[in-house]
Design a protein around this ligand. Structure first.
Ligand code: COA
Length: 182
């Protein structure tokens, strides 16, 4: 198998997602999902669902950015989803869940860090104080990145995933603003 050659990241722009990005974002999500290693998705959801999700995130002004290459092709995304408040469920509008991914060729060159910086700035403005995530224990580079951003492990679900004959633990992490005392 040939090794992925890193590409220069100067040409990459981080910008708020647009409704017109639905197909490009979905395609990128689908490529990362198809790796069957890093995401709970093994394929992207249908386009109509993706369009609905983007629209809802934009209407609620939640942090959702894409990384676009020089041809404006989506090569990554990072967002923080907050469960919409309802009359049946309250008290969670300060809690968000982060999701992110990059095409393989763009990993390990600082873009993940740039994307997280960007969405955290927006999260603060949106009143999000607690950001949660779940990451596979085998995804060591992502775990390292999250720790650098102040995420702490709150628990581990043992053998929570079994795919292609391999088990993986799920690490549950969270980051509080202001930081929790340890
Ligand atoms: C997770 C992901 C978004 C991180 O983005 P990235 O651009 O690769 O990360 P960065 O280059 O910004 O690296 C930031 C830090 O992560 C860690 N890291 C990144 N790549 C690494 C690698 N190959 N090995 C070890 N640590 C690594 C390092 O701590 C690095 O900090 P440093 O440069 O000071 O050493 C990206 O790797 C990715 O898309 N992976 C597949 C999808 C995925 O895992 N999504 C998250 C699911 S929870």
């Amino acid at each position: 198998m040939s090794e992925t050659v890193p590409a220069p990241t100067d040409s990459i722009t981080l910008r708020t997602i647009r409704e017109s990005d639905a197909e490009g974002y979905r395609a990128c999500l689908d490529r990362v999902a198809a790796e069957r290693r890093y995401l709970a998705f093994t394929a992207a959801p249908p386009l109509a669902e993706v369009r609905f999700y983007i629209k809802a995130m934009l209407q609620r002004d939640l942090p959702f950015i894409v990384a676009a290459d020089a041809d404006d092709r989506v090569v990554g995304w990072c967002n923080i989803h907050v469960v919409p408040p309802s009359e049946h469920r309250g008290g969670f509008s300060h809690v968000g869940a982060v999701g992110m991914g990059l095409d393989a060729a763009w990993r390990g060159q600082g873009l993940g860090r740039r994307m997280l910086n960007e969405v955290f700035e927006r999260a603060g403005r949106a009143g999000i104080e607690r950001v949660e995530l779940q990451v596979y224990a085998s995804n060591e580079s992502a775990v390292k990145l999250y720790r650098k951003f102040g995420f702490v492990t709150e628990g581990v679900k043992t053998r929570a995933r079994k795919i292609d004959g391999r088990y993986d633990d799920i690490i549950m992490m969270a980051r509080l603003r202001p930081p929790q005392k340890t």
